[in-house]
Design a protein around this ligand. Structure first.
Ligand SMILES: Nc1nc2c(ncn2[C@@H]2O[C@H](COP(=O)(O)OP(=O)(O)OP(=O)(O)O)[C@@H](O)[C@H]2O)c(=O)[nH]1
Ligand SMILES: [Mg+2]
Length: 302
């Protein structure tokens, strides 16, 4: 295609309440895992780019943390990422869990959206687990509350409705520049991707006991030809949380390490050597240095 052929492009913010399925959606749209997914609310803590490159378009999706009222510095930073995405977007996808009743959290999310007044497409997610007759009243309710470009029922997990989403997004985006090289699908550094994969496995194994209190920091990352060496520290808040991560006879941390290593080896083939440490850092969620270190766009290293 000659270079001067115009393409459509833009930044599309994916926002919604915690656990609505934002990260599942961005992964499905990009066709690669760019953002971790867990059954626990408040999993995503950053603004994560997932780029779809097509001959006629470049769509830069932004996954964001769930919209909530922040009670710690970490949560304030999470909400700052949401607002930044809302401010920088060309278009917004508001995603709601259609299997849940409309509540105060949904009203709060709509209120935040209205402050930025973006063009917005509403996605009613998780339709694979709801009875069809429940959709119409929900569509009716939302269309009275806000003027959406379109309202599309989807299942991000099963991939249904996603073609309609792409079509609606392309319709709303302007002609624009190619913002990123066409072979780029995310802006996350390898170290950050590695820490997120480890954190996903930590949450998967400890979600009943430690839903929000862990962070993963990469102490050392050395990519070699035959092996990538990664040393990472799992940060918890209290002494009593350390044994939960480690488990009886070290079984739990071993399992976390094995699962993380298997997934890391797909990203950094052929082999990964992963060493995990656990550190207690009281009140780290209110410690500005730790919270800043979790933002991969900041230059601070812990
Ligand atoms: N049944 C069903 N479950 C889904 C669907 N999409 C996502 N989920 C599940 O919902 C949970 C949360 O998904 P995420 O993609 O992590 O949600 P999120 O909005 O990114 O959550 P936070 O990052 O915590 O704000 C996971 O257990 C997903 O598997 C869907 O279409 N159907
Ligand atoms: Mg998420």
């Amino acid at each position: 295609m000659p270079e001067e052929t115009p393409i459509k492009s833009g930044y599309v913010a994916i926002v919604g309440r915690p656990n609505a399925g934002k990260s599942t959606l961005i992964n499905a749209l990009v066709g690669t895992k760019v953002s971790i997914v867990t059954p626990v609310a408040q999993t995503t803590r950053n603004r994560i780019l997932g780029i779809v490159n097509r001959p006629d378009a470049q769509i830069v999706f932004m996954d964001t943390p769930g919209i909530h009222r922040p009670l710690s510095r970490l949560n304030e930073q999470m909400m700052a990422f949401v607002r930044q995405a809302l401010a920088e977007r060309d278009l917004v996808l508001l995603i709601v869990d259609a299997s849940e009743r409309f509540g105060r959290g949904d009203a709060f999310a709509l209120q935040l959206l209205k402050q930025y007044a973006p063009r917005t497409i509403l996605l009613l997610n998780k339709i694979d687990v709801i009875a069809k007759p429940r959709l119409l009243p929900l569509i009716d309710q939302y269309s009275k509350l806000h003027e959406f470009e379109e309202i599309i029922p989807i299942s991000a997990r099963e991939g249904s409705g996603l073609e309609a989403v792409m079509e609606a997004v392309l319709k709303c985006l302007p002609e624009g520049p190619q913002y990123y090289p066409v072979d780029m699908y995310t802006d996350q550094p390898e170290r950050f991707l590695a820490s997120e994969i480890i954190r996903e496995k930590v949450i998967a194994h400890t979600r009943q006991e430690l839903p929000y209190v862990t962070a993963v920091l990469i102490d050392d990352f050395e990519e070699g030809k035959t092996i990538t060496n990664i040393h990472a520290t799992i940060v918890v808040e209290r002494d009593s949380q350390r044994p939960i991560i480690i488990g009886a006879g070290g079984q739990q941390i071993k399992q976390i390490g094995t699962e993380a290593r298997k997934e890391l080896e797909k990203l950094f083939p052929p082999k990964v050597f992963l060493e995990l440490f656990v550190k207690v850092e009281p009140h780290w969620r209110d410690n500005q240095a730790v919270v800043t270190a979790l933002d991969y766009r900041s230059d601070t290293e812990m």
